[in-house]
Write a protein that binds this ligand. Structure first.
Ligand code: URA
Length: 233
């Protein structure tokens, strides 16, 4: 891989910032200062200002999940989100799951403790979705989401339902992620979800990549995510 891409992946900086680092003379490979961004590296021996840089420094990445992919490590019949990960992130696991037809923000991590906390309702990490629905929502629907929609097997925790840009779209914010939860909450109110897209998880907002693409969180994003679940970043 080119050194400028390697640095931007590992340090969560832009390619332009990588090239600036290289021109400043801060980047070395096995002790030799790198003079051009086109140098190819395997990932060993890279340092910035003498400090080793490796893909292991990245602990969380985000994907804009496309429809048609299962959230699973592998599946004999269907393509999975892990099939979309570049090799260097092969050990990363999805944090929670999105349905096969749901698109949007999916996080992956190599840190099981973090994954557990982001998923657990105990840590109140808000997940915000945009839903395309088959009928307009009413004030009663908004109230019902707020007080906790009763489903067959459990009562959902209070959730925020807001009207969207038009009458067939709505925003939903939940802090738990049981199987088909958002679709089931709407279904309990007689509303069918035609499309669902996750826009944010906690403070993390989808952006900076194409559909199906991944990017490491920036240092600030990663630290803020860790702090939000009571862990040191
Ligand atoms: N709720 C759902 O119903 N589906 C998803 O993919 C995510 C939340």
């Amino acid at each position: 891989m080119r050194i400028d891409k390697y640095l931007s992946d590992c340090l969560a900086i832009t390619r332009k910032e990588s090239r600036r680092l290289i021109s400043s003379g801060a980047v070395s490979v096995y002790g030799s200062i790198v003079s051009g961004a086109g140098l190819h590296v395997q990932g060993d021996g890279v340092t910035v200002d003498g400090a080793p840089v490796s893909a292991e420094q990245v602990r969380v990445i985000m994907m804009d999940k496309p429809a048609g992919f299962l959230t699973a490590a592998e599946d004999s019949a269907c393509r999975t989100v892990c099939d979309l990960l570049p090799n260097r992130f092969a050990k990363f696991m999805p944090i929670g799951r999105l349905d096969k037809d749901t698109t949007g923000l999916l996080l992956f991590t190599s840190d099981g403790g973090l994954a557990h906390r982001v998923i657990s309702p105990k840590y109140h990490v808000e997940k915000r979705y945009l839903a395309r629905i088959d009928k307009p929502i009413s004030d009663k629907d908004i109230e019902s989401f707020k007080s906790g929609v009763a489903l067959k097997d459990f009562t959902a925790l209070p959730a925020k339902l807001e009207r969207g840009e038009d009458e067939y779209s709505a925003y939903v914010t939940v802090t738990e992620g049981k199987y088909h939860q958002v679709k089931r909450m709407f279904a309990a109110r007689g509303i069918y979800v035609e499309r669902l897209r996750r826009l944010s998880v906690g403070d993390l907002v989808l952006g900076g990549m194409e559909e199906g693409g991944v990017r490491p969180l920036t240092r600030e994003e990663e630290e803020s995510l860790y702090r939000s679940v009571g862990l040191r970043g």
